[in-house]
Design a binder for this molecule. Structure first.
Ligand SMILES: C[S@@+](CC[C@H](N)C(=O)[O-])C[C@H]1O[C@@H](n2cnc3c(N)ncnc32)[C@H](O)[C@@H]1O
Length: 201
């Protein structure tokens, strides 16, 4: 694990026990609610939530799509422990720790991949896109939700979170997708500067 990744893991491990009760989580849940308006899943879909945190999005998806299966992956074992303690659909949802840059999943294993407010933490964004493309089946969807930066392709904030935050323009997102073999379908503004970009494989 690189130093930057281990700094992020420690940061999120410490945040995990109080994550659901602090203000940012209220905003993130409002974003999940808005995201649902754009999600289309078959009844038997197998979905992955990258950087799943405490598992709120997957539990919400499980309510709205009562027969889907879901896997949550997160760098922070403490986030995964919180997700497991509040897994309301244990027969359909599972949570595992791991890095979005090297996912412990097979090729074409998932029908859809979700990623909410986590991409900005990744030191090697193209690697993550390549991995998403690998684990998605042909015709599958990638729902990328994150703050974006309008005035240049890539913008780095240092000092807000350990390891910094990286924001990308819609054009930069499309380039990552193209390089990984994912086609941009649409961009939608969900809340403030949070942009949903939908790709298909
Ligand atoms: C702000 S939280 C968002 C959690 C959740 N997606 C939500 O919408 O509430 C960011 C999450 O990304 C995870 N994360 C950061 N870097 C990661 C990486 N390289 N691989 C997997 N997860 C990562 C963190 O551990 C944290 O749980």
């Amino acid at each position: 694990m690189t130093n930057n990744t281990s700094i992020k893991q420690t940061f999120f491990d410490r945040w995990a026990p109080s994550y659901d009760w602090l203000f940012p989580s209220v905003i993130y849940q409002a974003i999940h609610q808005r995201l649902l308006e754009y999600v289309n899943l078959s009844t038997s879909a197998n979905v992955l939530d990258l950087g799943c945190g405490t598992g709120k999005l997957l539990n919400r998806l499980a309510v709205n799509f009562p027969t889907i299966q879901g896997t949550g992956l997160d760098l922070s074992p403490e986030m995964i422990s919180q997700a497991n303690s509040r897994n309301y659909y244990p027969q359909r949802l599972r949570f595992v720790s791991g890095n979005s840059e090297e996912m412990p999943f097979a090729e074409a294993e998932f029908d859809a991949v979700f990623n909410t407010i986590s991409f900005l933490h990744y030191p090697h964004p193209q690697k993550v896109f390549n991995e998403v493309s690998r684990v998605l089946r042909p015709g599958g969807y990638f729902y990328l939700v994150d703050s974006y930066f309008q005035w240049q392709d890539e913008f780095q904030y240092l000092g807000i979170t350990p390891g910094g935050l990286n924001l990308y323009s819609p054009t930069a997102r499309a380039k990552f997708g193209k390089e990984a073999g994912l086609n941009l379908q649409a961009n939608y503004y969900l809340l403030g500067a949070v942009l949903l970009t939908i790709f298909t494989k």
